[in-house]
Design a protein. Structure first.
Length: 113
């Protein structure tokens, strides 16, 4: 029986061959949250998914974006989820990032003192 996908739920940016999908329980373990939190995000439309054989398969890219937008989830991800194994996250929003020139000046000032 062929899989029936919901094309309106698929992300537009990634080709079909490179989409990573995880189950609700895998997503909860990876991000250090409860399964109910993942299911709530699905029902609120914050996470994209497809249904395969009656089970949710969640788009991993959408999970990452969701985890970065929600402060509580971001903190749990960094403390109990995959974030504890990541040294540095790639920050797309440079608005709140430190200015590299300022960091260099502070580093030089500290070494001269």
């Amino acid at each position: 029986m062929p899989l029936r996908l919901r094309p309106y739920r698929l992300p537009i940016l990634m080709p079909l061959a490179s989409i990573i999908r995880v189950s609700v329980s895998e997503a909860a373990r990876l991000f250090g949250v409860h399964q109910r939190t993942i299911r709530r995000a699905i029902s609120d439309g914050q996470i994209t998914y497809v249904v395969v054989q009656g089970r949710y398969k969640i788009n991993f890219e959408s999970l990452l974006k969701w985890s970065q937008q929600t402060t509580t989830v971001r903190n749990k991800r960094d403390r109990a989820g995959i974030g504890q194994y990541v040294d540095h996250w790639k920050i797309r929003n440079k608005l709140y990032s430190p200015n590299p020139k300022t960091l260099l000046e502070e580093g030089e000032g500290a070494s001269k003192s």
